[in-house]
Ligand binder design. Structure first.
Ligand code: BG6
Length: 469
């Protein structure tokens, strides 16, 4: 089977991870610019100051993407480049930079797929309470409107937020992302609610403009499966999916929170404060969402435990939920299983889990349009005779594209696939040790770019619309 002609083959990045130039041309500071200064937070103290200097090399990078045959490029806008203090004046240089990126993509016929928020919050807003402060909802709406106004004539695909569970979970439960707060579930649920409300308001505002594009949000997709058929562990998987899937998709797609989670929050006395206006926004926005983006890296294998809630701050090697940690409520724990395969960072490799997860999602939410907005292998790529031989990445993406094909055949409405990442970039916590890209960046040689084996392989996949998979 070939992928349909309107299925987009893409690749993705995020502003903080590639741009550098953190205080250039009027950009304001962000929560991440500040957070990485805390000793021990990132691998070898890496910061985004230079990253891979995409700010100055975007033409070279987009040219390489075009040569690879990329049909769509997902990138994020740095809020603080557009509105340096989060709420005040617009920085014309910031607008100019993203206009250049967009125009450069269009020059090559690459469809720009824009994320408005990929974790870098203007520092002034973070200092003012960040996502716990309701004012951030209005600030985001204002920023989103500036982006729609400035770029919406050419950008027809907007993602409001990337992975709420990660920036809120790491921010308020694990303490591994800004604002670095540990074990505060009440704050975590309140912050997620503010994000969903900000999303809803932005969706409504976008649709009012009649720019005739599509808008949605991306979530990290970690479907939970029980390690066996015991009643206890099946319960653990149900519970994990309620908290990690339904909590994040129900308010977006149904305009209401899952009863199961709400009831649990009530027993703990930590339900988020939801105003009548928030509720109304969620309800109005729900049917206006055009798609959901899924970032799939791995599923979760879970077993039931009974212990008081506490979240262990993840190590850098275990940053995004690899096995080993109890859930914050002490109800289940993620487990590494002998019969599964894992990456060097302990993330399970499971194309089958991807297919089953997509089917589960279809059961919950019907035929909603889906883009796979991230999927890829973090690895230390081998260099042999000067060539980057990232064969494990080829195998990984191959197997996951086959899984997408299978899901489409089973009736799941997947419209595009964005590999993470287009080019090697800065991993939030793992620095440059972990690579994901089709394009290698040589840090010992002035950040020179080089095509990897996977670059030529993906070029072929796109050329043949996946018929060689
Ligand atoms: C996703 C993020 O969660 O995972 C990306 O959206 C991130 O920004 C990717 O880089 C991989 O995570 P890590 O920790 O391996 O860099």
């Amino acid at each position: 089977m070939k992928f349909a002609h309107d299925f987009l083959f893409g690749a993705a990045t995020a502003s903080y991870q590639i741009e550098g130039a953190t205080d250039v041309d009027g950009k304001g500071p962000t929560n991440w610019d500040e957070f990485v200064k805390i000793p021990g937070k990132t691998f070898e103290g890496t910061t985004g100051e230079v990253a891979i200097d995409h700010y100055h090399r975007y033409k070279e990078d987009i040219k390489l993407m075009a040569e690879m045959g990329l049909e769509s490029y997902r990138f994020s806008i740095s809020w603080a480049r557009i509105i340096p203090d989060g709420v005040g004046a617009i920085n014309p240089k910031g607008i100019e930079f993203y206009n250049n990126i967009i125009d450069e993509c269009l020059k090559y016929g690459i469809v720009p797929f824009v994320t408005l928020y990929h974790w870098d919050l203007p520092l002034c807003l973070e200092k003012d309470g960040g996502w716990l402060n309701r004012k951030t909802i209005d600030a985001f709406l204002n920023y989103a409107n500036v982006c729609f106004e400035s770029f919406g004539d050419r950008v027809k695909h907007f993602i409001t937020f990337n992975e709420t569970v990660i920036f809120c979970g790491h921010g308020y439960l694990a303490g591994a992302h800004p604002p670095g707060i540990h074990n505060a579930p009440e704050k975590y649920f309140q912050a997620t609610h503010h994000v969903f409300t900000a999303h809803a308001k932005a969706v409504i505002a976008y649709k009012k403009r009649k720019q005739y594009g599509e808008i949605g949000l991306s979530h990290v997709f970690t479907p939970a499966f029980s390690i066996d058929n015991s009643e206890d562990n099946l319960f653990a998987a149900m519970h994990a999916n309620q908290f990690n899937l339904n909590w994040f998709y129900d308010p977006i797609l149904k305009g209401e929170y899952p009863d199961y989670v709400m009831a649990w929050l009530e027993t703990q006395g930590i339900q988020p404060k939801i105003t009548a206006d928030d509720r109304e926004s969620l309800i109005i926005a729900a049917p206006l969402n055009d798609f959901i983006g899924l970032n799939y890296y791995q599923p979760m294998r879970v077993e039931r435990i009974h212990m008081p809630g506490d979240v262990v701050e993840p190590t850098r090697e275990n940053a995004t939920g690899a096995p080993g940690n109890p859930s914050f409520d002490g109800v289940y724990r993620t487990v590494a299983m002998d019969d599964k395969r894992y990456t060097k960072w302990g993330w399970e490799i499971s194309p089958d889990g991807f297919v089953s997860g997509l089917q589960l999602l279809k059961e919950y939410y019907g035929d909603i349009r889906i883009y796979i907005t991230e999927n890829g292998l973090g690895d230390e790529d081998p260099i042999i005779d000067g060539e980057v031989c990232d064969i494990p990445r080829i195998n990984f993406i191959n197997d996951h594209l086959v899984a997408v094909k299978k899901a489409i055949e089973l009736g799941v409405n997947v419209k595009g696939y964005y590999a993470w990442s287009a080019i090697d970039l800065l991993s939030w916590l793992n620095g440059f040790k972990k690579q994901y890209g089709f394009i290698y960046v040589d840090h010992d040689n002035g950040l020179a770019r080089k095509k990897k084996a996977s670059y030529y392989w993906y070029q072929k996949v796109i050329e043949t619309r996946g018929s060689n998979l």
